[in-house]
Design a protein around this ligand. Structure first.
Ligand code: G3H
Ligand code: ZN
Length: 298
């Protein structure tokens, strides 16, 4: 089985991106894996500190490991948005393939210092672990926000990106390039889309020379995502779109069976709803086009 580093490099060379989907329960995990299986593409499942706390760090690692052993598909596990060295180390020791060390709320120098220290400590536990660092401000919370905040003053510059990567030794960089965490209600309804600064992505990719991750992928314009991937984004994070699908599917499962109490008769509705969103995003990230009436259209 290839490791995450090799798969990210391959994606970069092929001009595609790995889908990274956050999970907080087995419904989300099943939906995401079933989409990846159907398309036969590698996938990253991620869990933030809150999501890990809910599922259990070692329990989640063991579950994903057993699914990986059973399938022939590269499935990787990422410790998403990790704010302390302790919780990063806990994930690395549990066997996570990658860690997003996120000290981006701190001033640039402090962020760089802490991230460099984390890179050293994590690689001492597992030399092949992939460590991602973050700079800029893309907001917090994979949920529905009342309004989309204007974060344009916090965009990452190619110079600071270059300096950060060279100093910290991160394998992957997550910059602020027009992306933001979460969705506004208008985005959920499809009325507005997040737009990306493609030229900035391309410059950051060239000056740093490392693969880039796009966080806050939910609600982003499809064509912008295609161009961002062509410009150097090798991993795209999606969370809020899945959470919306999870809730809608759950409501459909409950609504369709008024007196049903059997979880495995209700939850498949949510699994299917999550799967459809993951399928759609994975097709786009991997240039697989859409299958309409059994025929590939792009
Ligand atoms: O790390 C998680 C992602 O960046 C998800 O962002 O909720 O806007 O898709 P999103
Ligand atoms: Zn994120």
């Amino acid at each position: 089985m290839p490791d995450i580093r090799g798969v990210v490099e391959l994606a970069r060379r092929n001009g595609v991106a790995l889908g990274h989907f956050n999970i907080a329960d087995l419904v989300l995990l099943k939906g995401v894996l079933s989409a990846a299986k159907e398309l036969q593409v590698p996938v990253i499942v991620g869990a933030s500190e809150g999501e890990r706390q809910f599922m259990g760090v070692r329990q989640l690692a063991a579950h994903v490991r057993s699914l990986r052993e059973e399938s022939d598909l590269p499935v990787f596990l990422n410790a998403d948005h990790t704010h302390t060295l302790d919780s990063a180390m806990e994930a690395a020791k549990a066997g996570f393939d990658s860690v997003v060390f996120d000290a981006s709320a701190l001033p640039f120098e402090q962020n760089a210092r802490q991230t460099k220290q984390a890179v050293g400590a994590l690689k001492a536990v597992n030399p092949s672990i992939v460590v991602e660092g973050e700079i800029g401000n893309i907001g917090t919370g994979s949920e529905i926000h009342e309004l989309a905040t204007d974060l344009s003053q916090y965009l990452t510059t190619p110079e600071e990106a270059k300096q950060f990567v060279a100093y910290t030794g991160v394998d992957v960089l997550a910059p602020a390039v027009g992306n933001m965490h979460g969705m506004s209600q208008k985005m959920v309804e499809g009325e507005t889309k997040k737009r990306l600064d493609i030229r900035r992505i391309s410059e950051i990719s060239t000056t740093t020379g490392v693969p880039l991750t796009l966080h806050g992928g939910s609600g982003t314009d499809d064509e912008d995502l295609r161009q961002a991937i062509a410009a150097g984004v090798s991993i795209v994070h999606i969370n809020t779109e899945l959470r919306v699908a999870w809730r809608n599917g759950l409501e459909a499962g409950l609504g369709a069976q008024a007196h049903q109490v059997v979880p495995y008769k209700i939850l498949p509705f949510a699994v299917e709803s999550v799967k459809q969103v993951a399928l759609e995003r994975l097709r786009l990230f991997n240039h697989l086009g859409h299958v309409a009436a059994g025929r590939k259209t792009a």
